[in-house]
Design a binder for this molecule. Sequence first.
Ligand code: GCO
Ligand code: MG
Length: 413
Amino acid sequence: MAVNGSTIREVEVLVASPGRTFVTLRITTEDGVVGLGDATLNGRELSVAAYLRDHVAPMLVGRDAHRIEDTWQLLYRGVYWRRGPVTMTAISAVDVALWDIKARVAGLPLYQLLGGASRGGLLAYAHATGHDTPALIDSVRQSLDEGFRAVRVQTAVPGLDHVYGVPAAPSSSGVYDYEPAVRGEGPTVDDWDTRAYLRYVPGVFEAVRNEFGPELPLLHDAHHRLTPRDAAQLGKSLEPFDLFWLEDVTPADNQEALRLVRQHTTTPLAIGEVLTSVWDYQTLIREQLIDFVRSSVAHAGGITSLRRILDYAGMYQIRSGMHGATDISPVGQAAAMHLALAIHNFGIQEYMKHSAVSLEAFRTSFTFTDGYLHPGDEPGLGVEYVDEVAERHEYVRAYLPVNRLKDGTVHDW
Ligand code: GCO
Ligand code: MG
């Protein structure tokens, strides 16, 4: 292949833990144009790093960086083995880095190449949490004070010591400290009891609604823990509190589980942060079993592939709600914002702010104003990787918690 300015010269896999672990792909062309992609898969980071370093990088050097679709198909179809989070995260990183390069070469912010802005900004939602209802109400108020106009509400459950979305210790910060995943030799253990949860949660939403009135969009994440019947009960019991969405009610493995939930409740359903391709959504979208697609640009095959999922969803009035927890790096968050600004069927954007140290390692140019995100108008994604800072934060292994029932049985986390 003849070498020209857009030929890929170098592919680097950067692993560092500035505040939490991020894997970043950096692709450089012969002309010295640099593109970044987020390759972070929380708790399994080094698998993606090895996949990229050992198998993908050697294939990319010498290719034309502008051939994004062809590269996507090569990495997806060309390996024979299909899908899976490690493969799809690796493909995502390459895809996003190539879009970053193309936009930088064009001298345009990426959203311009995706069709231009369809709106002025992206309604973002915050995470609020508390050990008890007064603490939770304080946490919601804090989010509103920071400018948010939509809030996800997670609560402790009496009788359970450690629950997803709630700080491990009653702390004044109100920040959920399982993000990042816990560093150590193995996973910490959360507790679970579905009946206790189903009894308690509706009262919490009643208190939050009473405090903040009918307008504020409220969201909740059930984090894959319920059976279809339990999920239907939860959806029904939350109907009076008019949720913006109820997320991940059942494990996403079985798409058909959502049929029963849908038949019994009008509470809007969001699903998919662990889904990685359009095939994972086939039944969910075609049968209109969900209202929001939760996949991230970082795990569902990049801009190219998530756009395919969202275009398909748009045919059924299903909107975006891209995953934006802190395990999506600032590169992945920026990519989500460019895509979200350009598509027609945008719904809402999760925005969990990164720590100060993470943001020293990734210089971003996106903005958050009066509850709305905007990716900014720098060429490309608008994110710079600061090697000197990242290199000071060596990789530290970390695990997401596991979940167990009272009798010790492993449950979905
Ligand atoms: C969310 C998510 C996260 C995940 C985390 C796992 O809705 O933001 O559920 O909190 O638990 O991204 O890596
Ligand atoms: Mg979630």
